[in-house]
Write a protein that binds this ligand. Structure first.
Ligand SMILES: Cc1cc2nc3c(=O)[nH]c(=O)nc-3n(C[C@H](O)[C@H](O)[C@H](O)COP(=O)(O)OP(=O)(O)OC[C@H]3O[C@@H](n4cnc5c(N)ncnc54)[C@H](O)[C@@H]3O)c2cc1C
Length: 238
């Protein structure tokens, strides 16, 4: 499928962890651009001897200044991310699509929210979290269950810890699947954690993002707990 793309300029890059970079994009003010928290955009990249697109969830919350942020993990065996690592710097131009996708918040928010993610899958959930908190959107409890292998892989860690300190309604639960020395937080996979928190099967909406295997297992487990498919929203990265 061919899409319409607009030029954007990279105005900041943060090396967040060894393999993840945060890219900050600006689309010219004269171009109408808006998005809903949770949506993704496509980058049109000159790879594979032609322009080919790659999808990325927007990690920032909607703003009025035509800017947005992506959190991208390098896949050294891929084409798109090595291209970004080698060729894109502050000031570089990249073609971006309009915002796409239906992985957005169900509003009004009537139930507890449980965000479940791994790796850069936190991106659209971070966008939703900031949207809710920045705009004082009425909500109940919000849980962020964030799985990674190692402690060094955790992106947005300080930000999430700080948000949890000042927002009693927000609980941040990072979980590591590999042994990290000195780690006092949760260990293992994300699944037992939401099963524990929601063992009373109270009303909740689940927003999950990451790779297919994790999402598949989570959907099965939540449905087995009795949660309706309509309350389980997910975005798959593969
Ligand atoms: C809706 C959506 C949102 C997403 N959001 C994010 C996000 O926020 N952050 C993020 O980091 N990712 C995100 N992704 C994933 C992203 O779109 C890319 O898939 C990812 O960045 C890898 O792209 P790549 O071009 O580097 O790898 P690709 O070139 O797509 O390669 C992927 C794999 O394919 C294999 N491969 C590729 N070329 C060859 C070849 N010539 N021969 C043999 N094997 C090959 C390799 O094993 C490689 O590991 C999202 C995906 C979707 C669908």
């Amino acid at each position: 499928m061919s899409y319409k793309y607009n030029k954007s300029t990279i105005f900041k890059i943060i090396q967040e962890t060894e393999l993840v970079k945060r890219f900050f994009f600006k689309i010219p003010d004269e171009i109408p651009f808006s998005f809903k928290a949770g949506q993704f955009i496509m980058l049109n990249l000159p790879i594979a001897s032609k322009f080919t697109n790659r999808s990325y969830s927007i990690a920032s919350s909607p703003s009025n200044d035509n800017t947005f942020e992506l959190a991208i993990v390098l896949n050294p065996k891929g084409l798109g991310t090595p291209y970004l690592w080698e060729n894109i710097d502050v000031g570089s131009e990249i073609d971006v699509s309009k915002a796409l996708g239906k992985f957005t918040l169900i509003e009004p928010i009537e139930d507890d929210i449980c965000f479940v993610c791994t790796g850069t899958g936190i991106a659209p959930l971070r966008s939703m979290l900031h949207y809710i908190l920045n705009n004082n959107i009425p909500h109940k409890k919000i849980y962020m269950i964030f799985g990674n292998r190692w402690e060094k892989d955790i992106i947005y860690r300080k930000e999430m810890e700080d948000l949890a300190k000042v927002n009693p309604s927000f609980e941040y639960i990072p979980v590591l699947s590999r042994d990290s020395e000195g780690w006092t937080g949760r260990k293992g996979y994300v699944h037992p954690i939401y099963e524990e928190i929601f063992s009373d099967k109270r009303p909740a909406t689940f927003y999950m993002c990451g790779w297919r295997d994790m999402l598949h297992e989570a959907r099965q487990r939540l449905e087995a707990m009795g949660y309706d498919r309509k309350k389980i929203k997910f975005e798959s990265y593969d």
